[in-house]
Design a binder for this molecule. Sequence first.
Ligand SMILES: O=C(O)CCC(=O)C(=O)O
Length: 300
Amino acid sequence: MSNTRLPGGSIPNEVGADKRLLSTSKPPDARMQHLIDEVNKHGFVIIRDAFDASTVAAAKAEALRLTNDPETAGPAGQAGRNNFEGHKTQRMYSLVNKSRIFDAFALHEDVLTLNDHFLDAGYLLNSFQSINILPGETAQTLHYDHGFATLERPHRPLGSGVMIALDDYTATNGATVIVPDSHNWDSNRIPTMEDTVPVIMPAGSIIYFLSTLWHGGGANTSDKPRLALTAQYCQPWIRPMENMILAVDWEKLDELPERLVGMLGYKVGSPFIGFVDGHSPRAAVQRLLAKWKGKAESKL
Ligand SMILES: O=C(O)CCC(=O)C(=O)O
C-alpha cells in the first residue's frame, strides 16, 4: 500500500498497520481478564452500575424528548413496523446524528477494552439505537446479531453488542433475554424461550455480548416501559474496501445505472442492512441534498 499523505497522516498510520506486528498492547488487568474469561465462557458479561444515576437520567430524558419529536423520532420512534422492531416498542435509530448526550454510552472504557480483545483493530460502530419496550409488548424473535451473515456456525464473532439499561431491568418489564453459552452453538441448534434467562440488572448497567450469542427483547408484562440503549460494533473489514458512499459525489447518483447505485450501498440489504435512520440510504441522500440546496438558496 502506498504511503498516501493525508491531513491526518498516512493511511498505514491511520489504521495502525505500521504497529500491527509489534505487540504493544498492555495485558488486561485482573478485573478485565475476568470479564474476558466470562465472555469466552458464556458469550456475555454484565457490567453493573457502569453509568451513574445522573448520566442515566440525562440520557433517559433526552431519548424520550427525541422520541416524542416527529423531526427526530424516525419511522419506528412511536411504534415498530414489524414484529422484530416490535409493534409496542419505540425504537429510535441513528442516535449519533441526534444528540451528543449518547456518545459516552457507545464509548464505555470496559466495552472498548473487551472489543479490543474480541474484535480486530479498527472495529466499527455497527448500529446505535434506543429501544423502549412498552407494557403489553410480546417477546421479540430470538436471534443473534449477525444472523444475516450466511456462515456456518460456530465461527469467530463478526461483532459485539451492548444493551445499556436506562430503566432497571426486571423479570417482567421486557428485560433482554439471553441464551447463555449459545455463542458456540452450531447452525442446527435453534433456541426456544425455555432456553432463555432474563438479564436482571439495575439502570446504568451494561450487558456485553458477542454477535454469536442468541438473545432477544423480553415480553413486557409489567405496567411500566423498559428503556435501553443498544450499540453494536463490527469487524473493521465488514465494509467495502473503497468507501463508495463518499467516493461518488451524491449529485452524480441520478446519472448512474440504478443497479450500480444499489451496489454502492444505497439499497437496503436483506433482511435490514445499511439503512439510514430506518429509511433507505437513497432517500437520506435526497433529503440531505434538498436540505443543502434549500440552505444555499436561502442565502441568495
Ligand atoms: O431490546 C432488547 O432487549 C433487545 C433488542 C435486540 O436484540 C434487537 O433489536 O436486535
